[in-house]
Write a protein that binds this ligand. Structure first.
Ligand SMILES: Nc1ncnc2c1ncn2[C@@H]1O[C@H](COP(=O)(O)OP(=O)(O)O)[C@@H](O)[C@H]1O
Ligand SMILES: N[C@@H](CCC(=O)OP(=O)(O)O)C(=O)O
Length: 370
């Protein structure tokens, strides 16, 4: 079990084991594990459920299944309680990211989320993500935090996704219904036979049961992200992970997914514009594997928006050298081309990113250094 940047999803049953309010019962061990990972140089992004059940005791509700606005009010008050509960277990600062599917679908907002997570991690801050339940409409919400965690793993370029729940992993049948069902330690291919194993949850505060966890695993593994379903209630699980063992169910990442993404970027994604670079920037990209900074850009062409793919040219030889996803629109890049990154905010009034194209979002056309 190897991981460097991991998204850890923590379900409501761990945050709020009594079905309302917050508890440290399981979070203490999870937080200790996260701190140990950080000390070992690993980067952690948390996706935490539990706002609705944390706020349940604070909002009057007559029925066991409250209305959507009542749940949204529970989420609003519970989110505060949940975040305060997490923060008390960490010496490092925690940060709150509330997002919806609508945010992830919008290219500009997607890039904003990506950049924010990158900077939080660089500063040793723990990003804690939840769905923005109070604003999410049916069309714009992800709907469950298993799938949200997979999308967060994608946007944050994680190599692994740990889904912590109240069960040891995927069993041949829901172990609550059949206590003799066997745990499946490894799943290499997700198909209908795997979905057929998944039952619903019987926990009124949870959302997806095993089905949404398998959906999340499918999204993640096809993008090269190793996914594990693990029991977050058992301390030995964390000790096993730290020893490099798999104590749950491992969905194997598809091989070559990163290569496939670069292949897609290089061969499939259509470019909307061009940038021409000075010799220093060409050298930095080709020889040092660097990201593209605005200071190296001398000329632009085409018409592009934030998140569009553009071609990168050597301004001297006029040769195409790379392609990548641009953090700036044509209009803004025209204004900041040739300037130092520190001057971006003076010119634009803000600095969404110090780089024009991040190395992770770039593919070289000639050299093997991509
Ligand atoms: N094949 C299966 N293997 C393991 N658990 C399953 C299976 N089918 C259904 N489940 C149920 O899924 C539950 C975990 O999902 P859920 O209650 O939504 O947790 P969380 O709040 O952590 O997302 C388990 O407690 C278990 O009852
Ligand atoms: N956004 C909701 C989480 C919903 C959810 O997916 O819950 P769970 O099945 O426990 O992961 C909340 O914070 O209560």
């Amino acid at each position: 079990m190897k991981f460097n940047r991991v998204v850890i999803k923590v379900g409501s049953a761990l945050v709020s084991p009594e079905g309302q309010g917050c508890s440290g019962k399981y979070l203490l061990s999870i937080a200790r594990f996260i701190s140990q990972c950080q000390q070992a140089g690993k980067e952690i992004i948390l996706v935490s459920s539990g706002s609705v059940s944390a706020g349940r005791g604070l909002i009057a509700h007559g029925s066991p299944n409250p209305s959507i606005p009542t749940k949204q009010a529970m989420a609003a008050v519970g989110q505060m309680q949940m975040m305060a509960n997490w923060q008390r277990f960490f010496d490092v600062p925690c940060s709150q990211l509330l997002i919806t599917h609508g945010d992830l679908k919008d290219r500009q907002r997607y890039m904003n989320i990506k950049n924010t997570i990158r900077i939080l991690l660089q500063n040793g801050v723990i990003p804690i993500v939840n769905e923005n339940d109070t604003v999410a409409t049916e069309e714009l919400k992800v709907g469950d935090n298993d799938n949200l965690a997979a999308l967060v793993a994608l946007v944050s370029d994680a190599d692994s996704l740990f889904i912590l729940s109240d069960v040891d992993g995927v069993f041949e049948q829901d172990p609550r219904l059949n206590p003799n069902a066997q745990l499946i330690p490894e799943i290499a291919k997700i198909d209908a036979s795997i979905y057929a194993l998944a039952g619903a949850t019987n926990n009124h505060i949870a959302t997806g049961g095993m089905k949404t966890k398998i959906q999340a695993a499918e999204k993640a593994v096809e993008n090269g992200i190793d996914t594990y379903i693990l029991n977050g209630r058992r301390d030995p699980v964390f000790a096993a992970i730290l020893r490099g063992e798999n104590p749950g169910t491992h969905f194997l990442a598809q091989q070559g997914a990163t290569r496939a993404r670069k292949h897609w970027l290089k061969h499939t994604l259509k470019s909307s514009g061009k940038v021409y670079l000075d010799a220093g920037a060409v050298n930095a990209l080709i020889q040092q594997g660097a990201s593209l900074l605005p200071s190296g850009v001398i000329k632009l062409a085409g018409s592009f928006n934030v998140g569009d793919c553009i071609d990168i040219y050597d301004g001297n030889s006029q040769q195409g050298i790379a392609k990548g996803i641009c953090q700036y629109s044509y209009r803004d890049l025209e204004r900041i081309k040739g300037v130092k990154s520190d001057e971006i905010s003076t010119i634009l009034g803000c600095c969404p990113s110090k780089v024009v194209i991040h190395r992770d979002d770039m593919v070289m056309l000639q050299s093997s250094n991509s």
